[in-house]
Write a protein that binds this ligand. Structure first.
Ligand SMILES: [Zn+2]
Length: 430
């Protein structure tokens, strides 16, 4: 009898062990199966999004895509709103007359954790370029205008939400989605709300592209971007008859550029390059005006201040004292800097990817590009991680923007599992 009981106990514990093992595997299998199921639907969504031309300055296209997204998010169970940019707007030289509206979707769950998912719907392309880059599939590549930057990001968010719904997963407190329409012009209207939402959430996942065909990656850092413009005012005069009565703005501008060409410090990720210049009106007039612009990239917020200060000092040293020299310094975006919290959450993403037997590269130095993740991180200690979108290539190009179709399933798995683990406290947030 004792032996029988012992055998029964053993069988029971074995059964329990197997059962526990199975449910753990089953949970992941369920997510894997759903990711597989969502893959063709995600491709369809990307086509739908690519087919709407939504350059940052194309308000009608942005309205169309914003309405479509609001409808899709609502169908997934969210409370959705279309939000005007502002009231505060950080105006830059290329800020469109009418900034596209943002789509905010809020899902309320049964837990406490607040998670923010961001992506953008605008592209760098002016109207009419779709015919040059229509949606098409060739082998492992899905091509299309703005598909990598960032329509794939929106599609990954939408289908991750579909998967969570299929799993009946609602263990988050609040799941907020924000899709803006002004990222490619440095977010003049959405930066304030993104910063505020970043502050109000416990974790931020940003869905710009997740690396290249060579590297499967998420990122903890992005570059800060500035634009420095030096404007010189001189005096016009006949270049043949009375050059001495003029003040040559081009001479002064040349002097100013040359004395500000040593502000890069690659060791700390600081780069300043003069990239554009114009001067004069006609050949036979001493140029009364001249202007040059520099592209500025930094890894650290404080470096933008440092560069501006140095430039303000430098321009006081003039070649032609009678000229007027002014500096305009635009802070187009801050850098995203890696923190202990984002490193910990990033490491968790690497572990989630390992469940698929795949290796995820966790990058903590910027690659030179800047994104809205930096605004989300500007005034919070919560982790902000960039690059949850698909792997791709050819952003901001004229003929070859594509994403890798084989990256869809692992990326859907990753985003879904991250939201689940953050919600139920399995992913570290500090
Ligand atoms: Zn982008």
């Amino acid at each position: 009898m004792k032996k029988i009981i012992k055998t029964m106990m053993y069988s029971l514990s074995l059964a329990l062990t197997l059962y526990a093992g199975n449910t753990l595997a089953a949970a992941n299998e369920a997510v894997i199966a759903l990711a597989k199921k969502e893959q063709p639907a995600l491709l369809k969504t990307m086509k739908e999004l690519v087919d709407i031309e939504s350059g940052s300055a194309e308000f009608a296209g942005l309205e169309k895509i914003a309405n479509l997204l609001a409808k899709k998010l609502q169908a997934l169970g969210a409370k959705t709103e279309l939000l005007d940019a502002g009231p505060e707007i950080y105006k830059m030289f290329d800020t469109p007359e009418k900034i596209g509206r943002m789509v905010r979707a809020t899902f309320t769950g049964t837990g406490t954790r607040k998670i923010l998912l961001i992506a953008h719907m605008d592209t760098v392309y002016p109207l009419g370029m779709l015919s040059g880059q229509p949606f098409k599939i060739e082998g492992d590549r899905a091509y299309g205008l703005g598909i990598a930057d960032d329509k794939q990001g929106i599609a990954v968010i939408l289908h991750t939400l579909t998967m969570l719904r299929s799993l009946n997963f609602r263990e988050y407190g609040t799941l907020t989605v924000l899709i803006n329409g002004d990222e490619e012009v440095s977010s003049p209207g959405s930066r304030f709300l993104i910063e505020k939402l970043g502050r109000e959430h416990d974790a931020v996942l940003s869905f710009e592209g997740g690396g290249s065909p060579q590297v499967d990656q998420i990122r903890l850092a992005t570059s800060g971007i500035g634009a420095a413009t030096i404007t010189v005012r001189g005096r016009a005069s006949h270049a043949g008859a009375a050059p001495h009565q003029g003040i040559n703005a081009l001479y002064e501008l040349s002097h100013q550029i040359l004395q500000a060409r040593d502000l890069s410090n690659p060791k700390v990720g600081q780069h300043l390059n003069w990239t554009m210049a114009r001067a004069g009106i006609v050949r036979n007039m001493i140029p009364p005006g001249a202007q040059a612009q520099a592209d500025v990239r930094v890894d650290r917020v404080s470096d933008l201040d440092g560069i501006e200060q140095t430039l303000r000092e430098r321009i006081k040293n003039k070649l032609l004292p009678e000229t007027e020299v002014t500096l305009d310094f635009e802070r187009r975006r801050p850098p995203l800097q890696a923190t202990d919290a984002s490193r910990a959450l990033g490491a968790h993403a690497v572990r989630v990817y390992e469940e698929l037997g795949q290796k995820l590269d966790l990058r903590d130095r910027p690659t030179g590009g800047g994104t809205d993740a930096a605004f989300a991180a500007l005034s919070t200690k919560a982790p902000v991680v960039e690059g949850f979108g698909l792997r791709g290539f050819g952003s901001h190009s004229t003929n070859a923007e594509y994403v890798l179709i084989t990256s869809i399933e692992p990326r859907l798995y990753l985003a879904t599992r991250m939201i689940m683990d953050i919600s139920n406290g399995k992913a570290p947030l500090q």
